[in-house]
Design a protein around this ligand. Sequence first.
Ligand code: AHN
Ligand code: ZN
Length: 334
Amino acid sequence: MKQRMTLALFSAVLLALLPACESDTEKTEAQGPPPVEKVAVPRFDRDSAYTYVEKQVSFGPRVPNTDAHRQAKNWLVEQFESFGAKVIEQDFEANAYTGEALQATNIIAQFNPDAKKRVLLGAHWDSRPFADSPLSEERKEEPILGADDGGSGVAVLLEVARQLGQHPIGLGVDIVLFDAEDYGESGGNNPDSYALGSQYWSRNVHLSGDQRPQYGILLDMVGSKGARFPKEYFSAQFAPRLLNKVWKLAQSMGYSNYFVDAQGGAITDDHYYVNTIARIPMIDIINRPVDTQTGFGDYWHTHEDDMDVIDRRTLRAVGQVVLAVLYREHNGDF
Ligand code: AHN
Ligand code: ZN
């Protein structure tokens, strides 16, 4: 008798509790997924980014099929892994316009590899095998250090990755360091001889379906003193809304001296192939000074492209804008 009473009481309590649980589930279902935990935009450490340029340059020119290239690759992979990223080495053989077969690797660092909503960030990690700018006067057959041309974009993305490791967000981020970007034929008649890594990646995207990145940002020559980033032509053609949003954000952060309100010329850079082959809208942040003979910095494709051209303030401006895009995107404020 006593036992039956207890059971009845127990059932009554259970019944009283059940509807409460049910209505709780109904509530969350009606409201959709829980709101994301907002995360403040971390501070981009320009000194850290600067040391990442120095380290790359210390290997020597990062030209495919050389020891410096292999050593730099191993170091880059280690760095990303130490920041908690999942790293994919996408190896491929590239046919250079010279006839050489290049052993090349796109280095892919993923944060939140299972997340659906993803953003792509890119830069090229190789450096040019010749110093063949029309302004170049010495050792034109020798490879360049590429502190800015290659090194700066990679350094900014390494520091962004370090911050992502320290201040986690739910957004999926795919950092792709393209190889064999700068092994192309000078003169402008053979643009497809450049950007071999991004052409390969765009035909072999490491993600599919609902995981494909929604948009991308490419960094190329983002570290020199007084750099100027007009709105590059293909970026304006393929990703006009993203381009204007990023420039507006940069200007609101006080970086209008770098992110100028001006139309820039077309550059067949890595983003061109990501846009046309992978069909992911991607913009290019690239230094285009006003009054130079080449349209790039005077150090471009010369041996002057060393640590002396690098300015921490430029690295910071670009890095802080990239971080603002990612964390605002995560927070729903971009
Ligand atoms: C062309 O010159 C056709 N594209 C490569 C742009 C570049 C060279 N970026 C860095 N170095
Ligand atoms: Zn170059």
